[in-house]
Structures are given as structure tokens and as C-alpha cells.
Write a protein that binds this ligand. Structure first.
Ligand code: WTA
Length: 657
């Protein structure tokens, strides 16, 4: 399959978000912030662009380097090398230097299990634990450069697993615990993982998430995985395969206490993380060490105005990039106290998050618009039971935030005193690219505002021509930045083609955006065939290939339609094989089939049977038309390129649900 882009023209964008409200940084917040005024931001931003390499060289000093770098950047489009020749270790930077410095007794992580247990680890404890964990990895034959899959829930052990890999230079490949067996197997196979770290079960809404048993199914299809390390979270019975599976606690008990952090080259890979693209096969994006460390450390510090006294909670799962950059690396590199919560926000009641905020005195809270919309729906009474007095800074990520949700967040959670950072970025960018600096930049509900230091995003036409302020276009980034992904694992060509050939010489984000007269960015969603379901990326082609794997399905086309809660919902048009028997339960069966193949988040919201799909004369499915039909129930757009005009009439005949 080739990478395809939808017919959506950037010039057809009309943003519905015309927002005039302006929220200046609260003076008491600005007074003690790292960056205290718009003038200060402007000055630092200007310097970061005018003398980009000098700026990054200076900022890179925030990390401990075992060997200083010789050169800031080597750039041969699209190959970037940052901090060339430097040696460092991100586990050392995230743990050792705090544990051995002034933060030994500072809480590094606080965790709440869904059933209610609380655990915490100081930096000194984290240091001790991570060394043992790293020695366990070594004892199972893992060495620098080996790939290790991690398939776990949110718990201190997933943070330890990630950091232990970084400590010995193993490349972690975290797979979100909501993904199904096949998705896990595909990711382990593509990355050629030698070891899998998982756990017996995790808790979600009072139910067991049977991680080990799903992993067993995946392992049957991943013969390259030699060993499995199992964290005993719940004590629920699981099957352990002799010689292959090992209990983490037994291995830790045997492990040596000391393990030196491996000096890594700045450009050595740190992790692979899979994300959806426009073809059926997810892309394994490769992030490296030095640049990623600098990017995540700095953005966390400035965008959340992180101070030593903060309790910082990013609610993302570690399995997504937000969890990598803003649960684990960014805050720990800064020596922060991080909050982790295992379960659902509405368990046992809809006020669980607010209970956690009050109980642990969370001061920085970072979540997704889809979660905010759910809180709104559940009702403010759940919020009003708690004081939320400890909060001073809020953030959102993952999808555009509608001004109504922004205002609710500002009023009900932030009590009008907390700045909100709407942060735009991607798995590929590694760190936040566009977001307000809270003590400096006034916010507008629904806008991610201005670029981070050193980042120069631009809005262009399909031909790469600049688009004037106020008009929509494609969002690109002209210059490299330290935390950018370096390649797609095993497929450098695809990396070039997907990101650097659409607008030659520029990084193409796949997003549409508009810049208003104040220079503020307004993100307008994907312009390619990637869906954003509750802030999670899913490729339409991935869902289509799961569907055509079903014996009754001949052809399938997947499109998104606006959804009040999830941002986007999944609508599937399916044509069945002529001899397929249509039973009353077939739609449900197909929905379950997709959930089983990919994971529950890919479960279609609606399935529509159709004798055939609308195609152009050259055989391309006309998704624009399907999108319109899914959203409005009608087709008014141009259909002149259709191969068979009767298809539209048949598509409109909505069959009984
Ligand atoms: C979307 C998540 C609008 C966007 C960090 C992007 C956003 C995709 C925002 C990346 C935001 C993320 N406003 N849209 N603040 N943040 N997006 O790779 O379409 O899971 O391309 O990274 O999410 O999703 P990913």
C-alpha cells in the first residue's frame, strides 16, 4: 500500500474557532515563574531562532554529560544529529544526579492503584531499585542496543522498566496495555524484541486487565522473544512458561545492588514507539538520547513552569508518547515529584481524579480534552466535593480543545487562577512544539498559542508557499529540533517519504492549522487518513486491514465523523462477499472483531453495509464523500469523478441498525 493523502485541500479550511477572549497570565503566577513576561519570552524566542545552535548548546548544559559534545548539530535533510560526540545516560540524569545530589529524600514518584493502595519512592529509593532492575535485564542477556518490549499498566514498575532499559542502553518499546495480542505481537516482531516485560493483571474500572494472558497469545506469534519478565501486581493466577517466563520479584531478590549507567552516544537510540500512519502498518519511530533529553527536560520546565516544590501529574498512560515525555523523562530529568494513577477516572466514583489531587496535593495537572469533556458530562458536583486548592497550573494535549471545554477547565478545575497550557506536538516531535509559556503568554481558549524556543512552525499551501495570517493551511516545521524522531525503525525510506517529501525540505506534520493576526496557532485536525479518537491516533488503513481479514468482508472504508465526547468517532462502510450471510448480529461481530485485532479503542461506532464503495475512475476510494455522508447523512460535494453514480444513492439508504 502507498502512503495516501486525502483530497482535503488546505485552502478549504475554515476554522470555526473565532475566539476573542484573552486570559493574561495571573500576576501572582507570573511573579514567581521562570519566565515572567511576554517581553522576556519574545527576547528568548528571538535569540533561540537567530542563533539556534548556540541557544541549544547553552540549554543542553541542563543535562549531565559524561563527555561534552563537539558539535551542536549535523543536518543533512532529513538526517539530524544533535550534540554530536557527546556521551550521557538519561537514567543517570533522571535518577542518579538527584539521588546523589540534594534530592535523595525527595519523593520521585507517588502512585495510587485503582483499588486504593498508595506507594511512594524517594529519589534514593528509585536509584536503588533501578540498579537492581537493570541488573535483572542484564542477567536475562539484555545488552546495549537490544530491544525490550514493555506491556504494562501504570505502576512504579513500568517507570522502573523504562529507566532500567535506558540505564543499560537497551531500547525500550512500550506497547500501550489497551492494545490487543496481535498489535503487541506486530510491534514486538517489527522491533525484534528479545525480552518482554509485563505483569499478571492490572485494574481498570474494577475489572482485571489480563495483561499476561494477552501477552501469552502475542508471544505465540513472536518467536524472537526469548524471555518474559512478569511483575506480580495483583497475585491473580497466570500461566508461567518454564524457562521463558520469570517473576520480577524473584529475579530482583537475586540481583546485585549496583549497576553503573552505560555511557551512551548522544545519537544512540533510546526508544522505539509505534504510532499510526496512513498505511496499515504502524510506524516504529526512533528517538535518540541527547536531543530527546534536552527537549523533554526544557519543555517540561518552561511550559509547566515546573518548580522544585511541585507535585506533577500527567494522566497519560506510559504507553503513549505523552507518557514517555511527560510522565517519565521530562519531569524526572528535572528532579520533579510525579504522580501516577493506575485506573479509570470514574472509579469507584466520578470524582476519583479530584480526590487524588487533594490527597497528594497535586499542583500541576496535565490531561486530554476528551477527559475534560467527560468530566463536564459527569457534572460539576463531583468536582465541587474537593478543594483543588493545591493546583496552580493546567495542561491539555492530544487534540484541539473546544473553547467550551477550555472555559470549563479554567473555571471549574483551575478556579480561574491556573494558567492552561494547550500543548501541540506529536509522537514524531518528541517534545512539545507549540504551547503558551504560562507566566508570559496570554491564552485564548482553543489556541495552542505560540511556538516553544528554537521551534519555527509555519503554515503553507500544498505547494509549500507561505499562507498569510488568518488563513488555513498545512502545518510544517522548517528547521530540525533536538527531540525530533530520527527515523522509522527498519524503514528510513518511509520516514523520508512520510515526513520530508510532502513539502520538500520541511517536516510535514499531517495537521492543518491557521495563524491569527496575533500570530497564535489554531490547530484544525489531521489532513491525512489518520483519526484522532479520544486523543489517540489510529490509521484508517489499520482498521480497514483488520476488517478485510474477516472472512465475510470483501472491502472496507473507514472514516471519522465528529463526536462530541471522543473528538472523532469511527464509521465503517463495508461491502460483504456475495455469498456472505448477513445475520442480525453481524455488525456487532465485526465491531468485536476490530476490537480483538487492534484493541478496544479501535472499536467502530457505526458499521454500514453497502454493495460497493464509491471510487474514482482510477479506483481510489472517495473518502471525502464517505466522510461527508458519515457526518451529515448526505453528499453535497463534488461527485463528478465517481466511477458509478448509483453508488451514492445506495450508500444513502441507511440500513436498520
Ligand atoms: C493531535 C500526542 C490540537 C494532532 C502528543 C497531532 C493536537 C496528533 C494537540 C499527534 C493539540 C496533539 N491541539 N491537536 N494541543 N496535540 N494533537 O502522535 O493532530 O499521539 O498530529 O501525539 O494529535 O498525536 P500523537
Amino acid at each position: 500500500m502507498v502512503e495516501q493523502h486525502s483530497e482535503a485541500s488546505p485552502n478549504s479550511f475554515t476554522s470555526t474557532m473565532r475566539e476573542d477572549r484573552l486570559f493574561p497570565p495571573p500576576p501572582e503566577f507570573a511573579a514567581r515563574a521562570h519566565i515572567r513576561s511576554r517581553a522576556e519570552y519574545d527576547e528568548m524566542y528571538r535569540r533561540s531562532i537567530d542563533d539556534n545552535e548556540a541557544f541549544w548548546a547553552e540549554q543542553a548544559q541542563a543535562l549531565d554529560w559524561f563527555k561534552p559534545f563537539d558539535k551542536v548539530l549535523e543536518w543533512n535533510v532529513p538526517e539530524a544529529k544533535w550534540f554530536v560526540g557527546g556521551k550521557l545516560n538519561l537514567c543517570h540524569n533522571a535518577v542518579d544526579r538527584h539521588a546523589l545530589g540534594s534530592r535523595a529524600d525527595k519523593t520521585a514518584l507517588l502512585w495510587e492503584g485503582e483499588p486504593g493502595e498508595v506507594r511512594s519512592l524517594t529519589y534514593a529509593e528509585l536509584h536503588a531499585e533501578v540498579q537492581r532492575f537493570a541488573n535483572v535485564l542484564k542477567s536475562l542477556g539484555i545488552a546495549k542496543g537490544d530491544r525490550v518490549a514493555i506491556y504494562m499498566g501504570v505502576c512504579p514498575e513500568i517507570v522502573l522498566a523504562v529507566l532500567a532499559c535506558a540505564r543499560i542502553g537497551a531500547v525500550h518499546n512500550v506497547v500501550f496495555g489497551g492494545f490487543a495480542a496481535q498489535a503487541l505481537a506486530d510491534r514486538m516482531n517489527d522491533a525484534q524484541c528479545k525480552l518482554l516485560i509485563t505483569q499478571d493483571t492490572s485494574f481498570r474500572r474494577g475489572q482485571d486487565v489480563a495483561l499476561k494472558s494477552i501477552a501469552d497469545e502475542a508471544l505465540d506469534r513472536s518467536p524472537g522473544v526469548e524471555h518474559v519478565l512478569v511483575y506480580q501486581r495483583s497475585g491473580k493466577p497466570v500461566s508461567m512458561k518454564e524457562g521463558r517466563d520469570h517473576w520480577l520479584h524473584e529475579e530482583l531478590a537475586k540481583a546485585d545492588a549496583e549497576c553503573a549507567a552505560e555511557p551512551m552516544d548522544s545519537e544512540d537510540p533510546l526508544y522505539i514507539l509505534y504510532t499510526s500512519g496512513t498505511t496499515g502498518k504502524p510506524k516504529g519511530l526512533v528517538h535518540t538520547t541527547g536531543g530527546y533529553g534536552v527537549g523533554t527536560l526544557l519543555t517540561t520546565k518552561y511550559i509547566f513552569d515546573l518548580q522544585d516544590s511541585d507535585v506533577y501529574w500527567c494522566t497519560a498512560d506510559v504507553g503513549w508518547v505523552t507518557g514517555h515525555s511527560y510522565v517519565v523523562y521530562g519531569p524526572l530529568l528535572n528532579g520533579a515529584t510525579i504522580m501516577l494513577y493506575e485506573g479509570a477516572p470514574n472509579w469507584p466514583e466520578c470524582d476519583r481524579f479530584w480526590q487524588i489531587v487533594d490527597r497528594h496535593k497535586v499542583s500541576i495537572f496535565y490531561t486530554a480534552p476528551t477527559a475534560i469533556r467527560a468530566f463536564m458530562k459527569w457534572g460539576t458536583e463531583h468536582v465541587h466535593k474537593h478543594s483543588l486548592a493545591s493546583l496552580r497550573m493546567l495542561g491539555t494535549v492530544g487534540e484541539p480543545i473546544n473553547p467550551e471545554a477550555w472555559m470549563w477547565y479554567h473555571r471549574e478545575i483551575g478556579k480561574k487562577r491556573c494558567p492552561i497550557a494547550d500543548t501541540w506536538w506529536q509522537t514524531e516531535t518528541g517534545s512539545i512544539m507549540i504551547a503558551p509559556i504560562p507566566g508570559a503568554v496570554p491564552t485564548k481558549p482553543g489556541s495552542a498559542t505560540l511556538p516553544f524556543f528554537g521551534i519555527e512552525p509555519e503554515i503553507v499551501t500544498k505547494e509549500g508557499e507561505p499562507v498569510p495570517l488568518g488563513h488555513g493551511g498545512l502545518l510544517v516545521v522548517r528547521k530540525p529540533w533536538p527531540a525530533m524522531a530520527r527515523t522509522i525503525f527498519g524503514d528510513a525510506e518511509r520516514y523520508k517519504k512520510a515526513y520530508w517529501s510532502e513539502i520538500p525540505g520541511s517536516y510535514f506534520t499531517g495537521d492543518g492549522a491557521r495563524r491569527d493576526m496575533d500570530g497564535y496557532f489554531w490547530l484544525m485536525g489531521r489532513v491525512d487518513d489518520v483519526l484522532n479518537i479520544s486523543g489517540h491516533r489510529l490509521g484508517t488503513a489499520e482498521i480497514e486491514s483488520a476488517l478485510v481479514a474477516h472472512p465475510k468482508v470483501a472491502e472496507a472504508a473507514v472514516v471519522g465523523r465528529p463526536d462530541e465526547m471522543k473528538g472523532e468517532g469511527i464509521v465503517v462502510f463495508v461491502s460483504l462477499h456475495d455469498d456472505a450471510e448477513v445475520t442480525p448480529t453481524l455488525k456487532d461481530e465485526l465491531k468485536k472483531h476490530v476490537a480483538k485485532e487492534i484493541g478496544a479503542l479501535a472499536r467502530p461506532d457505526e458499521i454500514r453495509f453497502t454493495p460497493s464503495l464509491p471510487k474514482t475512475r482510477s479506483g481510489k476510494i472517495m473518502r471525502r464523500l464517505l466522510r461527508e455522508l458519515a457526518a451529515t447523512g448526505d453528499v453535497k460535494g463534488d461527485t463528478t469523478t465517481l466511477e458509478d453514480f448509483s453508488v451514492v444513492a445506495k450508500l444513502k439508504e441507511k440500513d436498520e441498525e
